[in-house]
Ligand binder design. Structure first.
Ligand code: BGC
Length: 272
C-alpha cells in the first residue's frame, strides 16, 4: 500500500529535478524529491509501511520502489536515513529495527539493489541538517542539538551548519535505565502518562544531556512535537528550546542534503 501525503508545494507545474531523500522509520518508509534551493518537496511524498520483520533486503526493495516512482523527478545520488547509528554508510545499531542491520554495509546494499549511488545516515542527524539549513535552527550560528522523541530518542548535533555522525544520546543510562525507556514518546503511550507526567522524565533526561553538552539551541522533534504546546512550555532546560519546523519532512530533506554533499565530495579531485 502506498499512501501519498500532501506535499509542501504542488508537483503539477514543476519541471525541475530534485534530489531524492528517503526516510526509513520503524513504521513507515517515506520518500520524495527535494528542491535543495528551498528545502521544499518537489512532489507529494510517498509512504510505504515498513515490512515486518524489517530485514535489510525487504527494506531495500521498498527503497528501490521509491527510487523508481520518482525516476522522472530525481536522478543521481540518493540519501537515506536509518533509525540507528550509521558510520561511513555502515549501520551499526538497530534498537527499533531488525538486528540483521547491525554492521551491515547499507550504502552497498542499496547501491546493489538500485544501481544508484547512496548515502545512508542516522535519522536525527539528517533532521538536524535540515533544521539548521531551512528550519528552526537557521538563525543560530552556534551549537544546535536536535532531539527527536518517537519510538526511540534520536539525537543530532550541528555546529555552524555542519553535523557529525555517531551522536547517540538516546541510550544514556539514568538511574540504571536506558533513557529511551522512560523519556521517548513511546514510553508516554506505553505507560498512559499525561504530558505533565511524561515531561518530568524528559526534564530529567535533558538535565543529564546538558551536563555533557552546552548547546546554544535545542530543537525538539518527532511526532509528539505536533502537540508541542502541551509540553514544550514545561521544559526547564538551560538552552532555549525551539520546536522542529520541518516536522515529518526533516528526514527526507536532510537525506537529500547528504546525498548532494557526498556526490560533490565524490566528484571532487582527490587532494592526495
Ligand atoms: C536509535 C537512534 C535513532 C533513534 C530515533 C534510537 O533508538 O538508537 O540511533 O536516531 O532511535 O530513531
Amino acid at each position: 500500500m502506498v499512501v501519498a501525503k500532501k506535499a509542501t508545494s504542488p508537483a503539477k507545474h514543476v519541471r525541475a529535478k530534485g534530489t531524492l531523500g528517503i526516510d526509513i522509520g520503524g513504521s513507515g518508509i517515506k520518500g520524495a524529491p527535494v528542491n535543495l534551493h528551498t528545502g521544499e518537496l518537489l512532489a507529494e511524498r510517498i509512504r510505504i509501511p515498513t515490512p515486518n520483520p524489517s530485514r535489510p533486503e525487504a527494506v531495500a526493495k521498498i527503497v528501490k520502489q521509491i527510487c523508481d516512482h520518482f525516476a522522472d523527478l530525481a536522478e543521481g545520488p540518493v540519501g537515506v536515513t536509518f533509525p540507528g547509528v550509521v558510520t561511513g554508510g555502515i549501520t551499526r545499531t538497530a534498537a527499533n529495527v531488525d538486528k540483521k542491520w547491525i554492521n551491515l554495509d547499507a550504502d552497498a546494499l542499496f547501491e546493489h539493489t538500485t544501481g544508484r549511488q547512496f548515502s545512508v545516515i542516522n535519522d536525527a542527524q539528517a533532521a538536524v541538517m535540515a533544521e539548521v539549513r531551512y528550519g528552526a535552527g537557521r538563525n543560530t550560528d552556534g551549537m544546535v542539538l536536535m532531539l527527536t522523541f518517537g519510538t526511540g530518542i534520536g539525537s543530532g548535533l550541528a555546529y555552524r551548519g555542519v553535523s557529525m555522525p555517531g551522536v547517540e544520546l538516546g541510550h544514556i543510562t539514568i538511574d540504571g535505565v536506558d533513557a529511551e525507556v522512560n523519556a521517548s514518546a513511546n514510553a508516554k503511550d506505553r505507560e498512559g502518562w499525561t504530558y505533565k507526567q511524561w515531561v518530568k522524565k524528559v526534564n530529567t533526561y535533558l538535565a543529564h544531556v546538558e551536563t555533557i553538552l552546552w548547546p546554544d539551541l535545542i530543537i525538539v522533534g518527532g511526532g509528539v512535537s505536533e502537540k508541542a504546546d502541551r509540553w514544550v512550555p514545561l521544559l526547564n532546560t538551560r538552552a532555549p528550546v525551539e520546536v522542529a519546523q520541518l516536522t515529518n519532512e526533516a528526514g527526507i530533506v536532510g537525506a537529500a542534503i547528504v546525498a548532494h554533499q557526498s556526490s560533490l565530495s565524490k566528484s571532487a579531485p582527490s587532494k592526495q
